[in-house]
Design a protein around this ligand. Structure first.
Ligand code: 5AD
Ligand code: SF4
Length: 443
């Protein structure tokens, strides 16, 4: 009988995309996926190392799995992804030892390693590669719907921001060949998918066989006007006007940009090795607004990085107001071993102070999100219907091109279906959601 596997995924969208690649690799090696760990012969945790908190959560879960092994001794447990790459052999010898440790570039070795593990050995492959893009693997889609999917277009990162562990866990930057990306997107469209998100740590520096990111986006957008295209994540230093012009040219390229700023203080940005300053960042925002006045804007912010003063923190708050973000992911700085900051800087902002600044940033973003949503009340938006609202079976939800969630009551006479495009008139809002009424289905 085929062995069963269960994957639990933590961290960023790249990790979720990787779990889909991994599922494809294991399925073609005759493993069967299952939806609960108690049914599994192999449990894999696809891990994240970005902050200490992420790793601690994963250790807690791992303890649960390892305890279950007492009940089911044949069970094999693997740590894969960023923590595997960061901690390597240590994971095989620790108190909560696992059977298998596999880094993000070594997923093709999994079936072989699993065989070795079956015969009682421990399996490890944490080699990073300069070529691996898994370009030829058709991911098994694990997302919550059959409407939107991630397509990984590049791997790794060489920016070496002072705080960040990613260059160490995911290796050198490499772009996947454009034909395989376009083919995967086309296939998804034929299967009924209506939205794809092109993924990479820094999609703007995509470059393969003289295809730049704007050219790649254009080729994907041309598959069908009914296929929405999104992308994530952009680095401010590489966000070009060419990309903005391409976005303007194609209505199906969604008008939303996630542009992590990290800090509003040029002094901090320099310390972070971000390769841009406040003025440069605000110039990029001005250019976005000029080309795409209604563009959705979101960001990432870190509070309490090494040496951050109250003045630096105030500059972050003022930059947030100046940009007027629709949404933000906000974190307090967490020192990661081996990064430049860990090696050369002092983590000198006290934990409580990092938290206090984080709360200030969160509170302010709440106000900005609410203000941004209030401006949309009274307007009409086209959405792609993604699912049924958790709170009410008669309400459905989708996203606007600007990436805002819109909830509406479905019509009894002419109901919309998941995967339809619909026009919604916005009547109310909270800081997190727009509420509206259905005007028209655009089938
Ligand atoms: N501490 C806190 N936040 C971090 N990020 C990256 N590294 C750290 C760290 N050491 C945040 C950044 C990045 C997002 C993915 O996670 O804001 O953009
Ligand atoms: Fe976490 Fe970064 Fe790895 Fe994604 S790439 S899983 S955010 S450490």
């Amino acid at each position: 009988m085929d062995k069963t596997f269960y994957i639990e995924t933590y961290g960023c969208q790249m990790n979720f995309a990787d779990s889909e690649i991994l599922s494809a690799i294991l399925t073609s090696a005759s493993y069967t996926p299952c939806s609960h760990y108690r049914q599994a012969d192999v449990i894999l945790i696809n891990t994240c190392s970005i902050r200490d908190h992420a790793e601690q959560r994963i250790y807690n879960r791992l303890r649960e799995f390892v305890a279950y092994k007492k009940v089911k001794p044949r069970l094999k447990i693997g740590i894969i992804g960023c923590m595997a790459e960061r901690l390597k052999e240590d994971l095989l010898s620790s108190q909560i030892a696992v059977d298998l440790v596999v880094g993000p570039d070594a997923y093709r070795s999994l079936p072989r390693l699993l065989q070795e593990v079956e015969s009682g050995a421990q399996g490890i492959d944490v080699l990073l590669s300069e070529e691996e893009t898994y370009h030829d693997i058709s991911p098994v889609r694990l997302g919550p719907n059959k409407i939107s999917a991630f397509v990984s277009i590049m791997r790794g990162c060489e920016n070496y921001c002072a705080y960040c562990v990613v260059p160490y866990t995911r290796g050198k930057e490499r772009s996947r060949d454009p034909q395989s990306i376009i083919e995967e997107a086309r296939q998804l469209f034929h299967e009924g998918y209506r939205e794809i998100t092109l993924l990479g740590q820094n999609v703007n520096s995509y470059n393969c066989e003289s295809t730049t990111f704007p050219l790649l986006m254009e080729a994907v957008a041309q598959i069908s006007p009914l296929l929405r295209v999104r992308f994530s994540t952009s680095h401010p230093k590489d966000l070009s006007d060419d990309l903005l012009k391409t976005m303007v040219k194609y209505p199906n390229i969604c008008k939303a940009i996630h542009l992590p700023v990290q800090s509003g203080s040029s002094r901090m940005l320099k310390q972070m090795k971000r390769k841009y300053d406040r003025i440069w960042y605000l110039d990029r925002i001005a250019s976005i607004r000029k080309h795409i006045p209604d563009c959705g804007l979101s960001t990432d912010i870190i509070t309490g990085f090494c040496g951050e003063t109250l003045t630096d923190h105030q500059e972050t708050l003022s930059l947030m107001r100046e940009v007027g973000y629709d949404f933000a992911f906000m974190f307090k700085y967490s020192e990661r071993p081996n990064t430049l900051a860990a090696r050369s800087y002092i983590d000198d902002v006290a934990e409580e102070e990092k938290l206090r600044r984080l709360n200030e940033v969160i509170d302010q973003q709440q106000v900005l999100s609410f203000e941004s949503n209030k401006k949309d009340v009274g307007k009409d938006f086209e959405i792609l219907v993604e699912g049924i609202s958790k709170k009410s079976k008669t309400h459905y939800f989708g996203r606007s091109s600007q990436n805002k969630v819109i909830v509406f009551e479905n019509s009894q006479e002419k109901p919309v279906h998941i995967g339809d495009y619909a026009y919604i008139h916005i009547t109310q809002c909270t800081a997190a959601t727009l509420l509206g009424s259905l005007i028209e289905i655009n089938r």
